[in-house]
Design a protein around this ligand. Structure first.
Ligand code: FAD
Ligand code: NAG
Ligand code: NAG
Ligand code: NAG
Ligand code: NAG
Length: 645
């Protein structure tokens, strides 16, 4: 009886109308959209992060219904609550998380009629407005973000409250691909050759290029912008170059040319240059994994999705994985996997789930009294990209000055994709050892009008003092240079707060901690290049002048614009660029890696991790495209393995 009820529930879930094709994803009435955006913005200002995962354990919003008691007694609670266990249901594959990777897996595996697939997603259906890239910062302060923060940082996030950087992760169908900035940046050829050299056969650039191309449908055709040998033309995920702000994009290209850069397709043969940005965009609609992969597969009868379903444990017996346990609306369920469990909960949550299930570093599991199944370095080696948004130029042009309604109209008319805020413009790569040296150290990208600097500063978690400083910037005429550190030497860690799945994990990226100080020095070298723009003809034509904003905590200690002052500024305003990797990294040696080159967890049968966490070392780009590639490759390997049985 309960099984039937559950199956009915799943049926209802996957037939909800919000999941139909792209045109019905968004109501295109501009006036209504304006109202919804205004409501989202005002809700985001009032939003408080929950700080834990208790919501799942509550039935009918009754905070006391699920054996709410001592947080250390979670297992004991479950015994008491045994009546709430639902009869197990069974599938071939269970995918945990429908984010960037999970979405791809769900689509590709459900192409095989014989496979049955259950995808469990902790978040809800993606909200309509996630289709607009330009509202992304307002989703950060909403239930569609897990709402994590870093631990207190010693050398970075010093301009953020309590020196903790907000650490957003998407929590909805599509995961972080539905809340991110949408920039399509694959990385450098040598990034992947490096993965292979680290002992991972099959991951060199020539091996992975077909899996970058397979999912892609590049909609830009201009030969100058597209190196067509490197792009896909008929995959499900559209990649586009959106319409731009007049004058500004071309000026940013020109300023780089003055400094010796060529205009290139940075996702083509030669990354080293300057380019217009390519985005995950289908027309003006965000092409998240939900949009490109899950929605088209949602009606397949062999594919079930359950949202608001929080996985608390992977079930393993004699080192063989046989299912998962999850909580939904205050009830605990068990789902069984005949073939494999595929863990795609992302670089932060996948390590948490593994450790709660008994897979992790022995000392860490011992500390929390978790019975160990496999001793592996889960959560170690955390690498993240950080960026510095603190270099500003003020032009005397008004690039953009229109009402929200005008902006939304240009969006619905397919004229301007990044509306209403955050106009990312142009991208370039900088290698300090010369152009033939391979992987760059630094990437630049630019925010150009219209930018709501105040709201951006709030989302980055800055103190009121720094939010005020961002308030003095103009949304019409100011530009900033964002400096991203591509190959950080600093290493952090994800650990558990406790063995209770109601607790958040602990995230310590440990930024700017490498003993030789290479990370900070490379960022400083980036600053020096960004300052050269001040002397260029292109910027002079725009009457663009370096705008040196106050850094109260640095100004009192150091001479303005001196090296020490910039070091201080970098430590103050740098933020995560939201690219954590390597917490379940791939490699041949179980003492230094968690999964092998097939992404199977060392020593455990029928369990793979497929998400950003498996990347063994950082890439010279942004991870979303590489995560899609990773999932495409593994989906093919899974199909090959089981269709021959
Ligand atoms: C604000 C922001 C901006 C970014 N900008 C860019 C960009 O412009 N370009 C780019 O390439 N990359 C960008 N990134 C990074 C990129 O989006 C991520 O690297 C990528 O989405 C990671 O994919 P994933 O599959 O590993 O995890 P995710 O996409 O995060 O998916 C994990 C999924 O698992 C679910 N989940 C987690 N725990 C559980 C559980 N216990 N039970 C059930 N479900 C669970 C989550 O809700 C989520 O849906 C950005 C990220 C953020 C957050
Ligand atoms: C910018 O300033 C210059 C010099 O003062 C002036 O000649 C020019 O007209 C201004 N441009 C705009 C768009 O205001
Ligand atoms: C923007 O437009 C408004 C209304 O037309 C006008 O009052 C304002 O001065 C403009 N701002 C800039 C910076 O051009
Ligand atoms: C930037 O250039 C302007 C001239 O356009 C000059 O007045 C100013 O001193 C320069 N600033 C720096 C920091 O080099
Ligand atoms: C699917 O099932 C059919 C009939 O049972 C069988 O012929 C076919 O080989 C199976 N395909 C795969 C991919 O397992």
């Amino acid at each position: 009886m309960t099984t039937i009820r559950h199956l009915l529930l799943i049926l209802v879930l996957y037939l909800t109308p919000s999941v139909l094709g792209s045109s019905s994803e968004v109501n295109l009435d501009p006036a209504e959209l304006v109202q919804k955006i205004e409501r989202l913005v005002s809700d985001s200002k009032k939003y408080y992060f929950p700080g834990n995962n208790k919501e799942y354990f509550v039935e009918n919003n009754d905070m006391n219904s699920f054996c709410e008691s001592n947080v250390d007694q979670y297992e004991e609670d479950l015994q008491l609550c045994n009546k709430k266990f639902e009869t197990p249901h069974e599938y071939d594959f269970i995918i945990i998380g429908t984010g960037t990777a999970g979405g791809v897996l769900a689509n590709r595996l459900s192409e095989i009629d014989n496979f049955t697939i259950l995808a469990l997603e902790a978040g809800d259906e993606a909200p309509e407005l996630s289709a607009m890239l330009g509202v992304n910062i307002y989703l950060h302060r909403s239930p569609y973000n897990w709402g994590y923060y870093t631990t207190r940082q010693k050398n970075m996030c010093l301009g953020s409250k309590q020196s903790k950087c907000p650490y957003p992760r998407g929590k909805m169908m599509g995961g972080s691909s539905a809340i991110n900035f949408g920039m399509y940046v694959r990385g450098h050829r040598e990034d992947f050759d490096n993965w292979e050299q680290m002992g991972n056969p099959g991951w060199g650039f020539d091996d992975v290029l077909p899996y970058f191309k397979k999912p892609e449908h590049a909609t830009f055709t201009d030969a100058a912008l597209m190196d067509s040998d490197y792009h896909g033309a008929d995959g499900p995920q559209k990649i586009s170059i959106p319409n731009e702000t007049p004058i500004l994009t071309q000026a940013l290209i020109d300023v780089h040319k003055e400094l010796g850069k060529l205009e290139v397709d940075y996702n083509g043969k030669n990354q080293d240059g300057v380019s217009k940005l390519q985005f995950f965009l289908d027309g003006n609609i965000r092409s998240s994994s939900n949009h490109a992969f899950i929605n088209p597969a949602r009606a397949r009868p062999n594919f079930h999705v359950s949202v608001r379903s929080y996985v608390t444990k992977i079930l393993i017996e004699n080192k063989r994985t046989y299912g998962v346990r999850y909580v939904k609306d205050g009830k605990e369920y068990v789902a069984k996997a005949r073939k494999e469990v595929l863990l795609s909960a992302g670089s932060i949550n996948s390590p948490q789930i593994l450790m709660l299930s008994g897979i992790g570093p022995k000392d860490e599991l011992d500390k929390h009294g978790i019975e160990i199944i496999q001793d592996l370095p889960v959560g170690k080696y955390l690498q993240d990209h950080q960026f510095f948004p603190g270099i500003f130029y003020r032009t005397n042009h008004t690039f953009y000055n229109s009402t929200l309604l005008d902006k939304v109209k240009s969006w619905t008319d397919n004229k301007r994709a990044l509306t209403p805020s955050l106009g990312q413009q142009a991208i370039s790569f900088w290698n300090f050892l010369g152009p033939d040296d391979g992987q760059p150290e630094i990437e630049f990208f630019f925010f150009g009008p219209p930018v709501n600097w105040h709201d951006l500063a709030e989302v980055l978690g800055y103190t009121d003092e720094y939010v005020e400083i961002f308030n003095t910037l103009s949304p019409y005429s100011d530009i900033n240079v964002n400096i991203e550190l591509l190959h950080p030497k600093s290493e952090g860690r994800v650990t558990l707060h406790s063995r209770d799945p109601r607790d958040f994990p602990i995230i310590d990226p440990n930024y700017f901690s490498d003993p030789e100080g290479i990370d900070l020095e490379n960022m400083y070298k980036g600053v020096q290049i960004a300052l050269k723009f001040n002397e260029t003809e292109t910027f002079k034509k725009l009457h663009a002048k370096l705008l040196v904003v106050p850094y109260p905590n640095c100004d009192e200690k150091y001479e303005k614009l001196s090296k020490n002052w910039w070091y201080c500024a970098l430590k103050t305003l740098s933020s995560t660029l939201f690219h954590p990797i390597a917490t379940t990294r791939m490699g041949p040696d179980p003492s230094t890696s968690v999964v092998n080159a097939q992404l199977k967890v060392h020593g455990i049968e029928n369990l793979r991790v497929v998400d950003a966490g498996i990347m063994p070392d950082h890439i010279s780009g942004h991870p979303n495209a590489a995560v899609v590639m990773i999932a495409e490759k593994i989906a093919d390997e899974i199909k090959a393995q089981y269709s021959t049985l």
